[in-house]
Structures are given as structure tokens and as C-alpha cells.
Design a protein around this ligand. Structure first.
Ligand code: SDX
Length: 423
């Protein structure tokens, strides 16, 4: 299949057809307007590809997710987050020399400029950590002008290294505790947990169960092709805005409750059901009622019309980690009951609504002692290598600026009316 034929107003147009390495087929409409004067319209981009990409492959019907060809199940079991970050950025698993150097760079660059700590003093104590994180990431551009890092490698390292420090400083600010400096003796996930939970008045030893769980969570969130926040990073990056501004825009897009903000919304939903007496059947019925406005957060996905493979892994991980920690969480039981009822209900089955990555992740964050308003910050830390890999891919291919067209449906031409003539 090399061309598609379009017939419009009695004229026929032959459009090139592209086929990806996994057999996906796309009709290239890049020249359609020049040839016919017509554009295509797809407001939520349900059938529109924004680019070619070699980073992540998803098959929504089969529940497949692969980073650079490696199945998410194998990476979650055998890899670690720093190695996965390298894989997403550079396309291959790193060798020992590359991985050792990358780990050392992430350790070396984990501090932020001491003056940046003053920025946190300007936020109110109840500021959402995502507000602080997006502002602080954009502010990094004031300290690291892009001109000093032609191929962006240094700023990519800075962002992955410093995002933990910025995130934990936002958390410490919100609970009125002193910020904790990174420790070079700790690995990526251990350092994050130490900065989150250490306090000056006592020693804090990182629980290896929590470090392993965090590692898996970050791997599972590391990339997901053209999702809303990644598309935002590519959109902003296409104008040649600097890397920090582009990532800050991605953090803001992820914040929405329909996207990465869903993990916070899931926990709030489970807590609400628990506070309401735990009658999950009642809330499943409300989710089906169009007039009710309630949605089963953590359910449904634009691409997955089968199980989200990440949700499958997280469900198993929730049982294991809570058992290892000796934690009983009634919200996990509510989540499992919600899932069971929904998966047997025609409303969800007919719409192919399954649990997504956000449905179980919050249970794990909660078991780790991470507060609900930090859940989407955790998603940001995980997704950062993916955002950076897509930004790098777009810049390496010298992509044109993203500038969609529209169909105008407003007023046609009319003359100005003076104020005293307007009635
Ligand atoms: C993430 O894109 C990605 O890859 C995202 C992500 C990533 O890794 O980057 O995977 C992360 O964002 C996961 C999604 C987290 N969001 C939520 O869990 C919020 C709840 N889910 C929904 O709002 C919804 O399912 C979306 C936003 C995820 C998908 O929205 P779509 O594709 O626009 O689907 P839709 O809203 O058009 O729903 C189709 C139908 C509708 O019913 P009908 O109009 O056909 O009668 O399904 C219904 C919806 O009302 N529906 C739900 C529902 N989700 C969809 N009904 C009840 N509860 C839900 N959760």
C-alpha cells in the first residue's frame, strides 16, 4: 500500500502512505492543502500522527508497551531507571562505561544553585508542588543558558539530576521542614528518598524495599509516545524554546486530572468512597450516569483498549510491596473491588475501559509515605527522560515549528460599529 486516494469536489488526489516498523499505516496529508485547499479536522488528534518517532511503541489493542523495542515487562524486572533513561535518550542499552559515567554525572549535578533555594520562600506553604516544580524547572534556564550547551547533553543531565532536588525541596517547603541536600554516596532513587524523608535531628536509612519500588515506578512512567504532556514538550520545543521552558510546559500539561493528575485524583476518589462507607457499587453506577459528572479516575485510556500493561505490573507490585512493608491499606481493597465490578459491567466493557497506569500507582506512593499532592510530581520525575528523549529527537531532526490549521466557524466580515450605535 503506497498511496491513498481522496476524492473531493469531483477531483481525485493521490496521497502517499507511510508504514512504520511495526506495520502501522499513516496517510501523509502534508501536501493536501497545497493540492486541494482542504485540510483534515481531528480536534483531539484521535486519528492524527504528529510525527515519526523511534522511541516508544504502544499497541493499544494488544496492551503492548516497548521502549526502543524492549518490552516494559522485561525492563521493569531487569533494568533500573537510570539505565532506562539512557536507553530512551540514546536508543541503545548503555555499556558499563557509559552507564557508570551517566550515574556519576547524575550524582555530580544533583545540587541546585544555592540562590534557587530563596525562590521557595516566595511560595505560600499550601502551594501545590506541581506549581513549584514547573516554576523552578523554567527558572533553571536563568542559571544555564542554552548557548553554553550546544548539544543539550549537559542540560539533559542537569534536569534528570536536579528534578529530584527540586521535587523534594517543594515537599519540604510544604511541610515546613528544612531542605535536605543530596548525598553522593546514594544512588538515584535512594538519594530521592533520603532528600524526601531525612530530617536533621535523626539519621535516616533508606529502606531497600522502597528504593526498589520507586525504581520500578519511575521505569513504568518513563515514556508513553505522543501523550498530552509529551506532545506539549514537542510543541514548545519546535519553536526552539529552551529545554527548561519546554519541560516546564510538559509538567503543566501533565498536571491535568485527565492526564498525570489522575493518580492524585484516584487516591482522592478511593478515600472519598472509603469515607462514604466503602460502597464501591454506588460509585460505579455514578460513573456510568452521564448526568452525574463523576468519572472512575484511573480508568480508561485514549490508546489502550485492553489492559494497560503498566497497571498489570503495578497491581502485582502493590500486593508485594504492601506485604513486604506489612501495610494493610483499605483503599487497595476498594480499588480491587472497583476494578472487578467495572470489568464485569457492560458500560465499561463496551467502551473498553480498563485500569490505567494511574489506578494503582497512588497506592504504592501512599505506602511509601509520599503525600497525595506529590503523586503527579512523582509522575513528572518518571516521565522526564521520555520528555527529554522526544525533545532531543525533534531537535536532532531539525523539525519545523508545529503550527496546526483550523476550520473557522466565527462571524464573517462585518464593519465596525461606533459605541453610540450599539444599542
Ligand atoms: C494518563 O495518553 C497517554 O498515554 C496518557 C498516559 C501516559 O502514560 O502519558 O497513559 C497517562 O494520562 C492515563 C489516563 C489518566 N486519566 C484518567 O484516569 C482520567 C479518567 N479517564 C478518562 O477521563 C478518559 O478515559 C481519558 C481521558 C483517559 C481518555 O479520554 P478519551 O480517549 O477522550 O475518551 P472519552 O472521554 O471520549 O471516553 C469515551 C467514553 C465516553 O462515554 P460515551 O460518550 O462513549 O458514552 O468512555 C467514557 C466516556 O464518558 N469514559 C468513562 C471514563 N473514561 C471514559 N466513563 C467513566 N469513567 C471513566 N474513567
Amino acid at each position: 500500500m503506497t498511496t491513498a486516494n481522496l476524492s473531493l469536489d469531483g477531483k481525485d488526489y493521490e496521497l502517499p502512505v507511510v508504514t512504520g516498523s511495526e506495520g502501522e499505516v499513516g496517510v501523509d496529508i502534508g501536501k493536501l492543502r497545497a493540492q486541494s485547499g482542504a485540510i483534515t479536522v481531528d480536534p483531539a488528534f484521535t486519528s492524527t500522527g504528529a510525527c515519526n518517532s523511534a522511541i516508544t511503541f504502544i499497541d493499544g489493542e494488544k496492551g503492548i508497551l516497548r521502549y526502543r523495542g524492549y518490552p516494559i515487562e522485561q525492563l521493569a524486572e531487569k533494568s533500573d531507571f537510570v539505565e532506562v533513561a539512557w536507553l530512551l535518550l540514546y536508543g541503545e542499552l548503555p555499556n558499563t562505561k557509559q552507564l557508570t559515567k551517566f550515574r556519576a554525572q547524575l550524582t555530580y549535578h544533583s545540587l541546585i544553585h544555592e540562590d534557587m533555594k530563596k525562590f521557595f520562600e516566595g511560595f505560600p506553604n499550601n502551594a501545590h508542588p506541581m506549581a513549584m516544580l514547573s516554576a523552578m524547572v523554567a527558572s533553571l534556564s536563568a542559571y544555564y543558558p542554552e548557548t553554553e550547551d550546544e548539544n543539550h547533553e549537559q542540560n539533559i543531565v542537569r534536569l534528570i539530576a536536579k528534578v529530584r532536588t527540586l521535587a523534594t525541596y517543594a515537599y519540604k517547603k510544604s511541610i515546613g521542614q528544612p531542605m535536605v541536600y543530596p548525598q553522593n554516596r546514594l544512588n538515584y532513587c535512594e538519594n530521592f528518598l533520603h532528600m524526601m524523608f531525612a530530617v536533621p535531628c535523626e539519621s535516616y536509612e533508606v529502606n531497600p524495599i522502597l528504593a526498589k519500588a520507586l525504581n520500578m515506578l519511575l521505569i513504568l512512567h518513563a515514556d508513553h509516545e505522543q501523550n498530552c504532556s509529551t506532545s506539549t514538550v514537542r510543541m514548545v520545543g519546535s519553536s526552539r524554546a529552551n529545554i527548561f521552558a519546554s519541560i516546564s510546559a510538559g509538567i503543566c500539561a501533565l498536571w491535568g486530572p485527565l492526564h498525570g493528575g489522575a493518580n492524585q485524583a484516584v487516591l482522592e476518589m478511593l478515600q472519598m468512597i472509603d469515607d462514604d462507607g466503602g460502597d464501591y457499587q454506588k460509585w460505579v453506577q455514578k460513573a456510568k450516569d452521564k448526568d452525574d459528572g463523576f468519572r472512575l479516575m484511573g480508568f480508561g485510556h485514549r490508546v489502550y483498549k485492553n489492559f494497560d500493561p503498566r497497571a498489570t505490573i503495578l497491581r502485582k507490585m502493590s500486593d508485594e510491596v504492601l506485604a513486604e512493608l506489612g501495610v494493610e491499606d483499605p483503599l487497595l481493597d476498594i480499588a480491587k473491588n472497583l476494578e472487578k465490578v467495572a470489568l464485569e459491567d457492560e458500560y465499561f466493557v463496551s467502551r473498553k475501559l480498563y485500569p490505567n497506569v494511574d489506578f494503582y500507582s497512588g497506592i504504592l506512593y501512599r505506602a511509601m509515605g509520599i503525600p497525595t499532592n506529590m503523586f503527579t510530581v512523582m509522575f513528572s520525575i518518571g516521565r522526564l527522560p521520555g520528555w527529554l528523549a522526544h525533545w532531543k529527537e525533534l531537535r536532532d531532526e531539525d523539525s519545523r515549528i508545529y503550527r496546526p490549521r483550523q476550520i473557522y466557524i466565527g462571524a464573517t466580515e462585518r464593519d465596525y460599529v461606533d459605541l453610540n450605535q450599539r444599542g
